[in-house]
Ligand binder design. Structure first.
Ligand SMILES: Cc1ncc(COP(=O)(O)O)c(C=O)c1O
Ligand SMILES: N[C@@H](CCOP(=O)(O)O)C(=O)O
Length: 468
């Protein structure tokens, strides 16, 4: 399998190079040259596979430059850190299927891909006897999952930018109380979008990228998307065996467009009609919702909400979808992205029909989110986090009679305890890993910096790991 850039400016590369490259060297995003198709027979044979075995079946269709035995080992180690043997339980609650993606070490869906990516990096660096300096931006969950994915790994230093005071208390503590010497947290005076733009600008300095051995853990990195494709297939297998092979809709709370893009890839891979509709749910940062409703992909200000991890306007992975929307023409994708960089908008009104064939959308206000958490708890006794509630709100509004809907539960409610407790009007029982974090006097480490690309680049240079 070869990987190409959405902007067409690099020669195709195999999986391992794509993972190490992160952002494509022409500023675009990497995609597999073709999306493998899964026939109905093969899909049927996967029904009883464990999660790691299913992950191997899917990933090995995209990875042909890591020996099978090594890939199996990497996958099985990655999911052994989850707190349940099922890895990703799917439960039936009221009218919905809820896929709980938060059973990994940092209690959010990011662990599913970042446990895997941390192990892939370690494996490839050992092979090459090399080192890596990871640079990433987070609105709260990617950062901690990436840190937990690589903490203590000898060949890796990690630098994570998060927006100062715009992440939840638990998210902040999860990141900053990891005091391993290879972990550097930077709180920036700015938004997640500012952090992501700085990360991309630094990656685009190819000389710096090469000299500092930069690596990417954001969904810029194809391996992130790939690991997330697996759980859509897992859910389809589960639901088709419980609901007589019915086509399934998915509702996905969306910020950087990575998770829902993984669903889009799964839809194109699986037998026709296995996934019916993808519901794209946003909070008040609704650029993606406006794009689906009327083709208007135009930046607004980032506003702070109770689902802070989705307080994003400039959705990184949108470029990958745009590439397919523009008939896989890199020149057109490049032009559109250049225009977006200049004007902050892309007019997609001519593509509205296609976009609406791919997605249904809904935007949840702050009131919608707390009402959804409260009512779902009252009716079914199930407690969800505010990001999950954005998706559940959308699912309940758009569910069609007789069509199963699977909602992605992207974080544990305890990560956003204040919002959840206010909605359900009672204290939450916190998992031990959160209770420990909130103990007083825990040592923590974080630099506060302006959202200044040069300062951050200098900081990374000063603290970066080098080959011996
Ligand atoms: C808890 C949670 N839910 C949903 C999302 C949205 O995922 P994506 O950015 O892949 O669209 C994020 C991060 O953005 C998140 O951290
Ligand atoms: N919600 C994310 C934002 C970064 O998205 P990514 O999927 O590109 O890493 C976060 O929690 O940081």
């Amino acid at each position: 399998m070869q990987y190409i850039s959405t902007r067409g400016g690099i020669d195709p590369v195999p999986f391992t190079k794509a993972v190490m490259m992160g952002l494509a060297d022409d500023g675009g995003l990497l995609l597999p040259r073709t999306i493998p198709r899964i026939g109905s027979d093969t899909f049927g044979q996967w029904k009883d596979l464990s999660y790691p075995k299913l992950a191997f079946e899917i990933m090995s269709r995209f990875i042909d430059d890591i020996p099978g035995t090594d890939l199996r080992d990497i996958i099985s180690r990655s999911y052994a850190t989850f707190d349940t043997e099922q890895v990703i339980p799917i439960i039936h609650q009221g009218p919905l299927h809820i896929m709980e993606l938060f059973h990994g070490p940092t209690l959010a869906f990011k662990d599913v891909a970042l446990q895997f990516l941390g192990n892939i990096f370690e494996y490839l660096l050992e092979k090459d006897d090399s080192v890596m300096n990871i640079l990433g931006a987070t609105s709260g969950d990617t950062g901690s999952a990436a840190i937990y994915g690589v903490r203590g790994k000898e060949r890796i230093n990690i630098f994570i930018l998060h927006p100062h005071k715009r992440v939840s208390k638990v998210q902040e503590k999860q990141m900053t109380t990891v005091t391993d010497s290879n972990v550097f947290n930077i709180a920036i005076r700015g938004t997640f979008d500012d952090g992501q733009a700085i990360v991309k600008a630094i990656f685009n300095d190819l000389d710096f990228k090469e000299k500092q051995h930069l690596g990417a853990i954001n969904s810029i990195n194809w391996a992130r998307v790939l690991a997330q494709v697996v759980y859509y297939v897992h859910a389809c297998l589960h639901i088709s065996s419980h609901e007589n092979d019915k086509a399934t809709d998915f509702s996905v709370p969306t910020g950087n467009f990575g998770d829902i893009f993984a669903g889009y890839i799964a839809k194109r891979m699986l037998p026709e009609g296995t996934i019916r509709k993808l519901m794209l749910a946003t909070n008040s940062n609704d650029i993606l919702s406006r794009m689906v409703s009327n083709g208007d992909y135009s930046l607004g200000d980032v506003v702070a909400t109770s689902s802070p991890s989705m307080d994003i306007q400039s959705a990184s992975n949108f470029e990958r979808y745009l590439y397919y929307l523009l008939d896989k023409e890199p020149n057109r994708t490049n032009q559109a992205m250049m225009q977006f960089a200049e004007t902050g908008e892309i007019n997609l009104t001519d593509f509205k029909d296609q976009i609406q064939r791919d997605f249904i959308t809904e935007k949840a206000t702050e009131e919608d989110v707390s009402t959804c958490i409260r009512d779902f708890y009252k009716q079914y006794g199930y407690i969800m986090d505010p990001h999950t509630a954005v998706g559940v709100h959308c699912a309940l509004k758009h569910q069609e009679k007789g069509i199963p809907v699977c909602c992605l539960a992207t974080a544990h409610p305890g990560k956003f305890g204040d919002t959840v407790e206010a909605a359900i009007e009672k204290p939450l029982e916190l998992p031990d890993s959160i209770a420990v974090l909130m103990e007083e006097n825990r040592e923590s480490r974080c630099e506060l910096m302006d959202a200044d690309r040069n300062d951050i680049q200098e900081f990374v240079k000063k603290h970066s790991k080098h080959n011996c």
